[in-house]
Write a protein that binds this ligand. Structure first.
Ligand SMILES: [Ca+2]
Ligand SMILES: [Ca+2]
Ligand SMILES: [Ca+2]
Length: 286
């Protein structure tokens, strides 16, 4: 004869379920608040968003080009009044990035958060977030590259056409034949203006994403975009005008670039991948 389980008191079962749900909710909230382990907090001195960082570490993508296969499932911001807001991605996406970038692209006093967001099936897109109607929302995005495990890395912002709104420079697929793309932000969308092959601003497996800079090498008060060539052993000075790119200078490096660590009006300091730093002056690009 089958032994009967002692009946669970009627009130205890709902309480146990409620407790389990509450524990799951707290655990879930903690997981959502947990920071990306190798990410930093971006900060801004003015505007509606004063800080931004990635949260909700996840290994659901497994591409692993940024030093580990832990990417972020969410974006957190702190607003000027001290409120923390979080935006969680669907399970089909991650932020394949380390630290978000805060910039007021259109100088309207509302900061844009520029991110690298990847789809598990279609690879990376550049996605811009901001405060809309009191909440943190997607504002504009490029199309995804269209293939899993394809990545892109932003290279900087500059107002190419002088309309008061910064364009975004990015390098698509920097590991397998990088292509510089320039995108204009309209406030609601991103519009591609040009592309230019033969550059790279990331070494696969590296956590260093800053391999580009703005530097006026010819003294015309318009900065050139400084970007490594495909082997990353030369820095190219690119003059970008609406809408074309010209290589107007180049400086050779003794070793592959690791990262640009300092930029002034007269020079760049470059950390080499194999160790050691080198200073490149404006004249080195002529
Ligand atoms: Ca803005
Ligand atoms: Ca512009
Ligand atoms: Ca210039």
């Amino acid at each position: 004869m089958k032994r009967l389980q002692p009946p669970v008191p009627r009130l205890l079962l709902p309480m146990a379920v409620a407790l389990a749900i509450a524990v799951a909710a707290v655990t879930g909230a903690m997981a959502q608040a947990e920071r990306l382990p190798d990410g930093d907090t971006a900060r801004a001195g003015s505007g509606d968003i004063v800080a931004a960082w990635y949260v909700a570490p996840t290994n659901r993508y497994g591409h692993g080009v940024l030093g580990d296969s832990i990417e972020a499932g969410g974006l957190a911001v702190e607003t000027a009044d001290g409120t923390t807001l979080r935006l969680m991605l669907p399970q089909t996406q991650v932020f394949e990035d380390i630290t978000p970038r805060i910039v007021d692209l259109d100088r309207d006093g509302r900061n844009e958060i520029v991110t690298i967001r990847a789809s598990l099936t279609d690879g990376a897109a550049l996605a811009v977030y901001g405060m809309r109607d009191g909440g943190l929302s997607l504002v504009a995005e490029t199309p995804e590259i269209g293939q899993r495990n394809r990545w892109l890395n932003p290279a900087g912002v500059l107002d190419v056409d002088g309309d008061g709104v910064d364009e975004i420079a990015l390098v698509k697929t920097p590991h397998i034949g990088g292509i510089l793309e320039i995108w204009s932000f309209t406030g609601e969308t991103l519009v591609k203006r040009l592309d230019h092959a033969g550059v790279s601003n990331h070494a696969i497996g590296s956590r260093a994403l800053n391999l580009s800079a703005l530097l006026d090498i010819d003294g015309d008060a318009r900065p050139e975009l400084i970007l490594p060539d495909q082997p990353r052993t030369r820095l190219l000075a690119l003059d970008i005008t609406p809408w074309r790119v010209r290589v107007v200078g180049a400086a050779a490096l003794p070793d592959e670039i690791g990262e640009i660590v300092e930029v002034s009006a007269s020079h760049l300091d470059v950390r080499l991948r194999g160790g050691g730093n080198v200073r490149l002056r404006v004249a080195d690009f002529r």
